[in-house]
Each structure stands twice: as structure tokens, then as C-alpha cells.
Ligand binder design. Sequence first.
Ligand code: SF4
Ligand code: SF4
Length: 306
Amino acid sequence: MAIKLQLLKNALDSSKNYLQKKPVVMSFEVTNKCNLKCEMCYWWKHRIEKELSVDEIVNLFKILRKKYKIFHCTYGGGEPTLRPDVLTKCTKIMPENWIITNGTIDMPKLNNKSTIGVSIDGTEKIHNKVRGKNIYNQIKERYKDYTKYPVYTATTLVQSNKNEIEEIVKEWSKTSIKGMFFDFATPFKNSNNEFFISLNERDKIIDRIIKLKKEYGNFITFPEKGYNYLRKEFITKRSKDCILKWFALCLDSQGKRKMPCGLGKDIICNKCGCITAAFVQYYFKPRIESPLIISNLIHKSLSNKN
Ligand code: SF4
Ligand code: SF4
């Protein structure tokens, strides 16, 4: 009974925040450091040397949980597993957690509901070209039979890996991972952006992803409607009203808020390729039943066991 009351309270708090356009979820850059130096990594443009201590981070999480009743955190970096103590302690505070990792370091103990997102850039050849020699095999070995926490792969599509989708889906569908999802790289102002896939070309790739979804079902994570929201016809309006700007509290490794979202201030919103933003925008676009949708999602996520 006590748990049900707590779930109800969480749902009501998040719905109230939503109606007041306050954050419902958060992301946190656990560290500035990374053990890899991938080609095209936007991270190196925004590098900050100073980081918060573990105690400062834990304190910050407790305050945010209490103040905003945030129920979900996505942990990124740099490479978040370089600070295992932060992951272990903070996943105790947030009811639901997503850790985005390059997959080269063992995951520490995670608490509450936690899910792992491993970045995959393509087949072995492409992945190693971007990330470094033998990195692909390390990830494959670590996660192909992994069952401790649910694992998904995340692939950001760029010019060099746009033709790899079918092959990696086929390959990873034979492992224990739960599913795969695909983003499109978003360009930055004053950068050469040669990796960027044009919006016209993007539409054709979305057709391919949706075709795969028909074959592989939910293994292609995120619903078709979310992918459709990345299409050219929606992108201008969606990016102008992007609810992620207030729905998600995106913090850098110093605990400072990043605007307009975790991608940082130089991002070109009307070419946004973020599937999470598209998904959130689709499901949470203001409508009368939005608080009910949030309540249901929270209830579902909190009552599911890993
Ligand atoms: S693993 Fe991630 S943060 Fe590290 S260099 Fe590669 S893309 Fe950048
Ligand atoms: S880059 Fe995308 S997710 Fe970020 S604020 Fe702009 S439209 Fe939203």
C-alpha cells in the first residue's frame, strides 16, 4: 500500500510539474573525461576541466529529487563509468536511470531501475575506425550475453554509417540485448558538419528503420510515431516548440544547466536528429490527457522490475 501511495504521489508530482512547464526528467554529464577520443565527438568542443565531487553530486541529486520530484536521470559524459561511485550512489536516489556508455569499461553496481545504453557506430570496421582499434570486440564480448541490467544499443547516424543499419540490427539481434535505437547527428553552428545527413536523405533512412521495425518489432526501440517526428515535414515546428527545453533539466559536470538541451548552445535545432526529443515531443505534446500519460509511464517504469 505504501509503495502504491508513493507511486501515485510521484505521478501527481510529475504531472503537476508538466502542467507548470517544470522539469520532469534530467540528464547529467557524470564526467568530462573519456578513455576514448572518437572522430567527430562534439564533446571535445565543450570540455570543462573542473568536476563536482561525489558528495556534491549526491547532494545535488537529492535536492533535485526533492525539489522537482524528477523521476528519471540519463547519465552521460565523457564516459560515465569512469566515475563508478557516482553511478552507484546516484542510481539509489533516482527511481529510474539510463547510463549511456561507450561499453569499454565494466558497469558498476546500479540501484533502483537501471538500464544501459551502449553506443555502437556501425559494424566492426566502421566502429573501430571511429572509436579505435579493437573497441568493437571489447563491447561485443562484454554485452553479447549480458543480463545483469537491460542493455540497448544507441547509434547516431552520420554519413559514414548510414548504410550499416540493416547489418548491425541483424548482428545484434542474435545477442541478449533488448533492443536498438537510432538517432541522427545534429549539426552545430560554425562547424563544418560534413557528417550531417540532409533532411531529405533522413526521410529515406527513416523509411528503412520503419521497415526494419516491421521485421524486428520492438527490438527496434521507440515507436514508429517517434521516428516519424524526425521527418523533414515536422522538424521546423517540432524544434521551435521543443518541449525538451523545459521537460528535461540537462546538467553539465559542474551541475550547471545546459541550454537549450544537453547538446549545448551551438546546436542547430531545426535540424535536430534526437530521437528522444522526437519521442518525448510526440508523447508529451500538450493535450488534455498528457498528465495521465505521464502518470501511466511513471507507474509502469516504477513498478517494472529489471
Ligand atoms: S566515447 Fe563518447 S565522449 Fe568519449 S570520445 Fe567517444 S563519443 Fe566522445
Ligand atoms: S537540439 Fe533538438 S532536443 Fe535540443 S532543444 Fe533543439 S530541438 Fe530540442
